[in-house]
Design a protein around this ligand. Structure first.
Ligand code: NAD
Length: 228
């Protein structure tokens, strides 16, 4: 044991060492989808600040260019852009394969890209018998299938590496009913919560764990201003 005891009898330095090791991302290769804006930009920024190689993926080329310029000011050449539409499965797989080809591995993936489309059930045009299929399908392609495409493409390499972390940005809309949220959004977030929270409560590497490998999948439940 090193260091002094905390007020609760714990060893402060040891706890700090464990935390530092757990969150040490120096030299790790990370992909953040939807990284040009909002939460994804914040994830990319903290990863770059903490020493990770960060591939910022987004489908909005202009926004992506600005985001990477801004992030590169802190992270130098460790921040790279990737113009990807996560709704396009083969393109996502090719991009992830390309990252592994360039960098040798992929350690961390934030499957974060998401959109808000359509109207909620509280509005007549958002009711179950009236919502628009274009909005519905457009959202599901990104918020549900985009997460599956991203996790699948990364898991192939993480399984071989026997390590890796996949972080999915979910929502309270996936955990409880919310009449202010379109059906498509709620369905997509329920869809990403279920397969994500299951593996993380299992010991990594256990046969039940995702792919039986050392991959952890965790969920970010984000709703600024919401409780729970
Ligand atoms: N902001 C919130 O209140 C909130 C709450 C709960 C969950 N979320 C979730 O957080 C995630 C990020 O949301 P945000 O608020 O930061 O949004 P945002 O609009 O600020 O950023 C989303 C980014 O994703 C990109 N993107 C959209 N479609 C894409 C696609 N098909 N391929 C690649 N990139 C694409 C956009 O160009 C944008 O840069 C989403 O999954 C969202 O559902 C957000």
């Amino acid at each position: 044991m090193t260091g002094g005891a905390g007020g609760d009898g714990s060893n402060v330095s040891d706890a700090g060492d464990v935390l530092a090791a757990l969150f040490d991302v120096r030299g790790k290769v990370a992909l953040v989808t939807g990284g040009a804006s909002g939460l994804g930009y914040a994830f990319a920024s903290i990863l770059a600040d903490c020493g990770a190689v960060v591939i910022v993926a987004d489908r909005d080329a202009e926004r992506l260019g600005k985001a990477v310029s801004s992030l590169a000011a802190g992270g130098g050449d460790r921040v790279r852009p990737a113009e990807i539409d996560v709704g396009d499965g083969p393109a996502v797989e090719a991009a992830v394969d390309g990252i592994v080809g360039d960098r040798g591995r992929i350690d961390i993936v934030f499957a974060n890209a998401g959109v808000a489309r359509g109207t909620p059930p509280l509005v007549p045009s958002g009711s179950i018998d009236a919502f628009g299929w274009d909005d519905y399908n457009g959202l599901i392609d990104v918020n549900l299938h985009g997460v599956v495409h991203t996790a699948r493409a990364a898991a192939k390499h993480m399984k071989r590496q026997r390590s890796g972390s996949i972080v999915v940005t979910a929502s309270t809309a996936g955990l409880r009913n919310d009449p202010f949220v379109p059906y498509s959004y709620a369905i997509a977030k329920v869809g990403v919560v279920n397969p994500t929270v299951g593996p993380v409560v299992l010991p990594l590497g256990s046969p039940q764990s995702i792919l039986g490998s050392g991959i952890s999948m965790i969920m970010v439940r984000s709703c600024p201003g919401c409780e729970g």
